[in-house]
Design a protein around this ligand. Structure first.
Ligand SMILES: [Fe+2]
Length: 367
């Protein structure tokens, strides 16, 4: 029988207009001097200024950091730590997509406990308490808003590191569909498909439990029922709300059950070729489902009668590339990529034992 512990570390404030409650939520959490971590696009969209305004009305001072990229790495987190070190901040706001929220978490580790991001791989509480954080996602994909892990690339090796601690979970997350409704279609395509993969992968892992099943099943229902609808009608508030909640629940499922071979094979595509995470996921997911079928087939049938076809349909609706060849990956590199994939931590939770030979077989199917 599975043994598990369920801890809800994060409060959720959901609904159109919930972003407007940011100041009050922050005040209730005791925020006085807040580091706002948000990427350039979010600043340009005016959301950072709105957040600063909402915090200022409650007498909270803000300091903005946005010098990081789409896949934040350990060097960028260190730049953030250097920026924040003299400011005597007592709290952090992560505002934006996965990169903003992961970067906020990473800065929190370094600022409160020193060292480098490599020191925080895995899941362990560091000696000193971390700063309280609020998360406000503006995309409907990552799920990091529901997790106590920061996904940060090693600046030297480009390997993605999952750095976890209970203090890295947001105290409160504001899920406002009005904010996410403005995400560009290309962002929805990639991040939405990533969220779908989170539901599918977390539903079958070797580490799954009753709670993750519950989250993953509902996440799949919401995401698969709204993804194409939102792609067809950009900005639709009901579909955005379903995607946003689905992405959150899929993230909560991962917190319990981790991920599998899709993320293990997708991550090297991002590290070596810069393929955006969700686009790399779309190249791999249906092939991993097919490869896992001998051990997880009945589980997949619980989600959809012909899951691979359904996943392919959704990827095509989103205009995502369907083969490694099309994505410009040279066939001669598949062996090297398989070696990279076999070292990915997430692969060890795949329901079917996953190694270099397995990765090569999957890449060949995806080519
Ligand atoms: Fe992902």
């Amino acid at each position: 029988m599975m043994v598990f512990e369920h801890i809800a570390r994060t409060s959720v404030v959901f609904g159109a207009g919930s972003f407007g409650r940011l100041g009050k939520v922050a005040r209730e959490l005791g925020f006085r001097r807040t580091l706002v971590v948000s990427d350039h696009g979010i600043c340009q969209a005016g959301f950072t200024a709105m957040a600063e305004g909402l915090l200022a009305t409650e007498g909270i001072d803000t300091f903005c950091f946005h010098d990081f990229g789409e896949n934040p790495d350990s060097a960028q987190a260190e730049v953030g730590r250097l920026f924040a070190a003299p400011l005597q901040i007592d709290s952090i706001l992560g505002l934006g997509g996965g990169s903003s929220m992961d970067c906020a978490k990473a800065i929190n580790f370094l600022l409160t406990n020193g060292g480098s991001m490599r020191d925080y791989r895995g899941h362990a509480d560091p000696p000193k308490p971390m700063l309280p954080m609020i998360g406000v996602p503006t995309t409907t994909g990552t799920g990091t808003e529901a997790q106590s892990y920061a996904l940060i690339s090693d600046a030297e090796t480009h390997v993605k590191m999952a750095c976890g601690a209970s203090g890295a979970a947001f105290k409160t997350v504001l899920l406002d569909p009005e904010l996410a409704a403005s995400q560009p279609r290309g962002v929805l395509a990639a991040t939405g498909y990533d969220a779908i993969s989170h539901a599918v992968e977390s539903f079958v892992t070797a580490k799954r439990n009753f709670m993750s099943d519950c989250y993953a099943r509902e996440a799949w229902r919401l995401l698969s029922g709204s993804f194409e609808r939102l792609l067809a009608k950009s900005g639709d508030l009901d579909a955005t709300a379903a995607m946003q909640m689905g992405a959150y629940l899929a993230g909560a499922a991962i917190e319990h059950s981790m991920l599998g071979a899709t993320h293990a094979t997708a991550n090297p595509l991002t590290a070596r070729y810069g393929i955006t995470h969700g686009r790399a996921i779309a190249l791999m997911l249906d092939h991993v489902v097919a490869w896992n079928r001998p051990v997880a087939g009945t589980r997949y049938d619980d989600l959809a009668p012909d899951l691979e076809t359904r996943l392919d349909e959704m990827a095509r609706a989103a205009g995502l590339q369907r083969s490694l060849r099309e994505a410009g990956v040279p066939e001669a590199m598949l062996t090297q990529l398989a070696d990279d994939a076999s070292h990915q931590w997430t692969g060890k939770f795949n329901p079917r034992p996953f190694d270099q030979a397995a990765a090569l077989e999957i890449y060949q199917c995806a080519f």
